[in-house]
Ligand binder design. Structure first.
Ligand SMILES: Nc1ncnc2c1ncn2[C@@H]1O[C@H](COP(=O)(O)OP(=O)(O)OP(=O)(O)O)[C@@H](O)[C@H]1O
Length: 384
């Protein structure tokens, strides 16, 4: 090829390169515009889905009471059963000694043969609500031995609400790959109206924890908030909490039924357009409610009984005040309700799980629990 021909080809190649560069830049601009348009459309659709999901949850009730009746052991069955179910959403108690028969209705009733997955199917949607930016709070309420820990914690081969909630949380978060989702975990125990951080390491300095009112809501200065990215990390956090709880007590079973355990996952969710939502899901295994009815205790036990009594009735007052849309909600009447104020207020979702022991010898405690749940539920149930 002659020198002139080489120059001509070189020139043509340069022109071609420039044309391609300008086309590439045009294409990039088109793609950017398309991506921007896609982002906007995606955000609009997300917002629509979020509002619809919330509407469905509000129709189901921002405050719900579920009731779960645990099966009896053979020894308990020998004493007889005091529970029956006249309808799918109705539970009836028969107290032959007092000559009392009474029925209650709840949003959901899980009978003795219900499975952990049955219970979780009634809770699953609330996990989506949390990732949509709504606070969610769930309490397990009932006398000692009524199945609170079984429902909330379960076991390795039959996991309860905790593990199922965390699995769902990370599953939905993964599905929202276009979002930036940051999750942190906290674990506290409330005992005798004091908050104890259950995530402190052996060398961490213990400090008195108190709820403080901040610009962006309540917070507990000094409370450990641990970033969590996987279910395994949350499980690890729970193991640490459990170990700390055990260390502090001489009798774990007694201790666990005298303190409230709250496991909280706080999330900050940022959509592709940069809009941020913050919320928390809090799962609380409450202190055994039978202490309310027990009399004749003295000393430390009496002090505990009074504190448990106060905090459980304060919780009932707060949820009932919200259900009745009262102007004033008495959050500050207990450490438990003050700690959970943000999670219980506004358009948050509250779920009370009443655990019932159906054994005839526990009929009075079961009546107390059902009456407590009915008070919390009364106004919301009238809607249906
Ligand atoms: N739905 C259920 N199916 C089978 N067994 C259950 C169920 N619920 C509870 N149990 C069993 O009943 C017993 C008491 O339950 P659990 O320890 O969960 O009660 P609890 O309310 O958490 O008591 P505490 O207040 O002392 O912690 C346990 O042996 C548990 O395995």
């Amino acid at each position: 090829m002659s020198h002139g021909s080489v120059e001509l080809v070189w020139h043509l190649l340069q022109v071609l390169h420039e044309v391609m560069q300008s086309k590439a830049s045009e294409l990039r601009k088109l793609m950017d515009a398309g991506a921007q348009e896609w982002k906007e459309k995606y955000s609009i659709e997300c917002e629509r889905r979020r509002k619809l999901h919330n509407l469905v949850q509000e129709l189901k009730g921002n405050i719900r009471v579920y009731c779960r009746v645990r099966p009896m052991t053979d020894a308990e069955a020998a004493n007889g059963c005091c529970i029956s179910f006249p309808a799918p959403d109705e539970i009836k108690i028969n107290n032959p000694e007092l000559g009392v028969t009474k029925s209650w209705q709840f949003n959901e009733i899980y009978r003795q043969n219900s499975k952990q997955e049955d219970l979780f199917s009634g809770i699953r949607d609330l996990v989506v609500s949390m990732l949509d930016g709504y606070n969610v709070c769930m309490f397990a309420y009932g006398q000692t031995g009524s199945g609170k820990t079984f429902s909330m914690q379960g076991s390795a081969d039959n996991p309860g609400v905790y593990t199922r909630t965390f699995n769902e949380l990370f599953k939905v978060a993964k599905e929202r790959s276009a979002w930036k989702i940051e999750l942190k975990g906290a674990c506290v125990e409330i005992y005798n109206e004091e908050i104890r951080d259950l995530l402190l390491g052996p060398n961490d300095k213990k400090q008195k924890l108190q709820v403080r009112q901040g610009k962006e809501g309540n917070h507990v200065p000094g409370l450990t908030l641990q970033p969590v990215n996987t279910v395994a990390e949350v499980e690890q956090l729970l193991n640490t909490a459990q170990a700390n709880r055990t260390v502090a007590s001489t009798d774990m079973n007694l201790h666990s039924s005298r303190s409230h355990l709250a496991v909280q996952i706080l999330g900050t969710m940022t959509n592709p357009e940069g809009k941020q939502f913050s919320s928390a899901i809090t799962l609380v295994d409450l202190a055994g409610s039978e202490r309310l009815a027990k009399s004749g205790v003295s000393g430390d036990r009496q002090k505990e009984a009074i504190k448990i009594n106060q905090s459980l009735s304060a919780l009932g007052d707060v949820i009932a005040a919200r259900a009745q849309k009262n102007a004033h909600t008495p959050y500050r009447n207990s450490v438990l309700t003050h700690f959970l104020q943000d999670s219980l207020g506004g358009d948050s979702k509250t779920l009370m799980l009443l655990q019932i022991n159906p054994c005839a010898s526990h009929v009075e405690e079961s009546m107390c629990s059902l009456t407590f749940g009915a008070r919390v539920n009364a106004v919301e149930m009238k809607k249906s």
